[in-house]
Design a protein. Structure first.
Length: 366
């Protein structure tokens, strides 16, 4: 999408360049007409004045008339040229000044630096071009910032388990330590963490590249889908002494079943990881045009300014909020939820009050 925003003004720039060229031609024609009109009107007025004032008879009177006419003609022409030049300068400056600023900003963008937003001083095509250019610059900057943050987060998340694996394997090779069940389980846990991170990155990449119109739609019984999604968590819920309270209204929705199952899996897993009570509530409610799913749990209070950040990539809250101090989360689960729901035409959000957190999604019913 970012590239779509970036390419749109570039494609339109050529069209608007032609439009500006035609506008300049129109200004030149207008200036020429103004000059001709001013000169013609001036000469006509002076000629009528002279004819009315003098009885032009004889060569001497004709000479006087011709000389006077030439004088007024030259003065009127010079005056018309000055006025037309001023009008031409004002029009040209109004048209070319924004294009000059856009050209300078484009050069900065090409050189790798992000320019300040171009001032929009008009509502015509050039003003629209400036607004699209500002949107393009902002989108490119956000994409670059996301890329840097993503590379930093991925390298950080991979460095620790890879270092642990390398250290243990090096020690095993040199005979410093002897392998046992606990050691192999620890190594398995590290490899599983890497596998989960790579798999989530793959899922996020797949859904980002998927076009909205390419989503595979099927008829889904939402009550059955939600019940199936919770079954894989039974052992984990029992081990952590957490119960599920499920209240789902029956409804058939046309959507992507695999995508919705992934969304529910991530929401339930997030609720389990950050749950500080012994209950998780899952509800499905029919609304006029949507189907709303809410996963609610009790957790540590979450500041309001951090609530929107939970759906950003690699964002993780204070480890103290994590159940049991387990910080193995990748920070991608809710980002995947947001990406999938957006592609399915729905919305995602969080409603939090004190220590009660409700993560909700809406999916179009048709």
């Amino acid at each position: 999408m970012e590239w779509g925003i970036a390419l749109f003004p570039i494609k339109q720039f050529a069209l608007w360049k032609q439009h500006v060229a035609w506008k300049l031609i129109g200004v030149n024609i207008l200036v020429m007409l103004i000059v001709i009109w001013l000169v013609g009107v001036s000469v006509k007025d002076f000629a009528c004045l002279l004819v009315a004032q003098y009885q032009l008879v004889g060569d001497e009177r004709n000479y006087f008339f011709d000389r006077t006419m030439h004088f007024y003609l030259i003065r009127a022409s010079l005056l018309a040229i000055v006025v037309a030049a001023i009008i031409h300068f004002v029009f040209i400056k109004k048209i070319l000044s924004p294009l000059k600023r856009l050209t300078q900003s484009t050069r900065q963008l090409t050189s790798g630096s992000y320019p300040k937003p171009v001032e929009v001083s008009s509502v015509d095509e050039i003003g629209e071009l400036a607004r699209h250019f500002n949107a393009m610059t902002l989108a490119l900057k956000q994409t670059e910032d996301n890329r840097k943050r993503m590379l930093s987060s991925v390298s950080h998340d991979l460095r620790t388990p890879l270092s642990n694996l390398h250290g243990y394997l090096e020690a095993l090779r040199n005979g410093v330590i002897v392998g046992d069940r606990d050691l192999y389980l620890s190594l398995l846990e590290e490899t599983q963490h890497i596998t989960r991170l790579v798999e989530q990155l793959h899922q996020l990449s797949v859904w980002e590249d998927r076009q909205t119109g390419s989503v595979a739609l099927s008829r889904i019984h939402m009550n059955e889908l939600i019940l199936r999604s919770t079954q894989s968590f039974q052992l984990e819920l029992q081990s952590k002494n957490i119960e599920l309270d499920i209240s789902v209204e029956q409804e058939i929705v046309e959507s992507d079943e695999d995508g919705l199952k992934q969304v529910l899996t991530n929401l339930i897993q997030n609720a389990i990881n950050y749950n500080t009570g012994h209950m998780i509530w899952i509800s499905g409610v029919i609304e006029p045009h949507e189907y709303r799913i809410t996963v609610r749990n009790v957790g540590e209070p979450l500041p309001e300014e951090l609530q929107d950040l939970l759906f950003e990539r690699f964002y993780r809250t204070d480890p103290a909020r994590h159940r049991g101090g387990n910080t193995s989360g990748s920070g991608l689960g809710l980002a995947i939820v947001k990406e999938i729901v957006n592609k399915l035409g729905g919305k995602v959000g969080l409603t939090s009050k004190n220590n009660m957190h409700s993560f909700w999604i809406t999916i179009p019913r048709n």
